[in-house]
Write a protein that binds this ligand. Structure first.
Ligand SMILES: C=C(O[C@@H]1C=C(C(=O)O)C=C[C@H]1O)C(=O)O
Length: 100
């Protein structure tokens, strides 16, 4: 591979990553919309935001579905981060609704 070929291949792959990132972002926001709806129900029913048993199910589901190359640990860490942001979203929406 020449230097020019390597540069062109890198640029192509980075374009692919930019496209994948936008699709991931759309899916994060789709998930966040569903989580918001769950948050609305929890607020009406005065249920807790944090539900560890449900989170265990979420981890079980994604770990079962994982085909790699991400490791189990990597998937778990990514979803811990995602779920943490989802809880924050529910909390912020509830706080915002309180001050309305
Ligand atoms: C979305 C929920 O609220 C929280 C966030 C979860 C998630 O992001 O999957 C799971 C459980 C809860 O701690 C829920 O209860 O289903």
């Amino acid at each position: 591979m020449t230097n020019e070929e390597a540069q062109a291949a890198l640029a192509d792959l980075r374009t692919l990553i930019d496209d994948v990132d936008l699709r991931i972002l759309a899916l994060f926001n789709e998930r966040a919309d569903v989580v918001s709806r769950i948050g609305d129900i929890k607020k009406t029913m005065t249920m807790p935001i944090y539900e560890p048993k449900r989170e265990d199910e979420v981890f079980r589901n994604v770990l079962q579905g994982n085909r790699g190359p991400l490791s189990e640990g990597a998937v778990r860490r990514l979803f811990e981060r995602i779920i943490d942001e989802m809880r924050t979203l529910q909390r912020e929406r509830m706080e915002r609704d309180k001050t309305k």
